[in-house]
Design a protein around this ligand. Structure first.
Ligand code: GCO
Ligand code: MG
Length: 405
């Protein structure tokens, strides 16, 4: 089944998304997400200039060969932009394969390992009381796992909080230049354990809790945080330390028994190889959009399963609903699936552009069985929301030193 045309879209229904549509000679089409937050047009250009011309006329069924062709064949294997482009094509090809086979993609992966997909949602806030209030509301709705993030008192912007805005999706759109946040590790380490103490005092130990450090501290500081948080029995502590140096997780692992998660920025299995095979982490959080699509995630999950590492795919607002749907299939299949990050059902603008059906019951997400990934993209609706240049914030220490955001 020959590939006839590939269209690349970038739209901003509240935030920017890069969408790929691969169309075959019989008119069947598949969709993929290639969004790299703050660098969207680099992926568009990589696809349009360097990928699309090579794929016209190729057999859409040969997913593995196309993956290798775009990865090994480029010579420049790695990198966030090129992998996002490969990921988008890969998702679209699985979507096509499912549609042609008249089967949901999870059946092609090997079938269901579970009835639904357990998710964790985000309770954010400007104060501990606000976070606890939001946590209570999620528990009432039936969620079984919640990530807690709280603004540091007297700080200029804290990751994961809403800066007083209501809509978490909008927050990451429309920033024509990078805003600047401020960071103090001392303030953070002194403050954050109180959040979890209060959460456990109020809601007990049945609700699963997690927290994202966003790679701002060193291994030994993270070890201290891990110890401080141990009494509150987190499901996991995410991105305690940057991952360029995988050995950082060894130090952390030796000091604390808090479960560790990382991987949202991994582009290949090799980025995670040492941490997984040494069992320094418990959850690998790589997303289909940033880790090479379903073809690569499948391989990552199988490798991780040898070492008791579970999958917990990244599901931030900058991953489009196409990625969410790809994850639904992956999560239903992966025997070592752990949990899916979930930021909710999308705004009316997002849902006007992307049509998909997921439903939450008692903390698990379900979808209807549809051929392929089960999502559609409305090109006309997307045109109403043109791309807006937008950046993630940058972070500085109180003395002005540039820090990880
Ligand atoms: C998460 C992530 C996100 C990232 C975002 C960057 O755990 O959900 O850390 O919030 O910051 O995806 O684009
Ligand atoms: Mg994260």
């Amino acid at each position: 089944m020959k590939i006839k045309e590939i269209k690349v879209f970038v739209c901003c229904p509240g935030r920017n998304f890069v969408t790929v549509k691969v169309i075959t000679e019989d008119g069947t089409y598949g969709l993929g997400d290639g969004t790299v937050n703050g660098r969207e047009l680099a992926v568009v250009s990589y696809l349009e200039e360097h990928v699309v011309p090579c794929l016209i006329g190729k057999d859409a069924h040969q997913i593995e060969d196309i993956w290798q062709y775009l990865y090994k064949g480029a010579y420049w294997q790695n990198g966030a932009i090129s992998i996002a482009a490969i990921s988008a094509i890969d998702m679209a090809l699985w979507d096509i394969k499912g549609k042609l086979a008249k089967m949901p993609v999870y059946l092609l992966l090997g079938g269901k390992s579970r009835k639904g997909v357990t998710v964790y949602v985000h309770a954010n806030g400007e104060t501990i009381d606000e976070v606890i209030g939001n946590l209570g509301a999620y528990i009432k709705q039936g969620y079984k796992a919640v990530r807690l993030q709280c603004a540091l008192p007297n700080s200029k912007g804290t990751y994961g909080t809403m800066e007083g805005k209501k809509n978490y999706y909008e927050l990451q759109g429309n920033r024509p230049l990078p805003p600047e946040n401020e960071w103090s590790t001392t303030k953070y380490l002194n403050f954050i354990p109180e959040l979890f103490k209060k959460a456990r005092e109020k809601f007990g130990y049945e609700i699963e809790l997690c927290h994202d450090v966003h790679s701002r501290i060193t291994p030994i500081e993270a070890a201290r945080l891990g110890k401080l948080l141990e009494p509150y029995q987190l499901l996991f502590l995410e991105d305690a330390v940057t991952t360029e140096n995988q050995e950082g997780y060894k130090i952390l692992r030796e000091q604390t028994h808090i479960p560790l998660a990382t991987g949202e920025k991994f582009n290949t299995l090799w980025d995670a190889k040492e941490m997984i095979q040494n069992q320094w982490i418990d959850y690998v959080r790589t997303a289909a959009t940033h880790g090479g699509g379903l073809t690569a995630l499948r391989r990552l999950a199988d490798f991780a399963s040898l070492y008791h590492v579970r999958t917990a795919p990244h599901g931030a607002p900058d991953l489009s609903p196409i990625c969410l749907m790809a994850h639904m299939h992956f999560n239903l299949w992966a025997p070592n699936f752990g949990i899916q990050e979930f930021v909710g059902f999308g705004t009316p603008e997002i849902n006007e552009v992307f049509q998909y059906q997921v439903e939450m019951k008692e903390g698990l997400l379900y979808m209807d069985d549809q051929p392929g990934l089960g999502i559609d993209f409305d090109e006309e609706a997307a045109k109403k929301h043109p791309y807006k240049r937008s950046y993630l914030p940058v972070n500085r220490l109180e003395d002005g030193t540039l820090w990880n955001w």
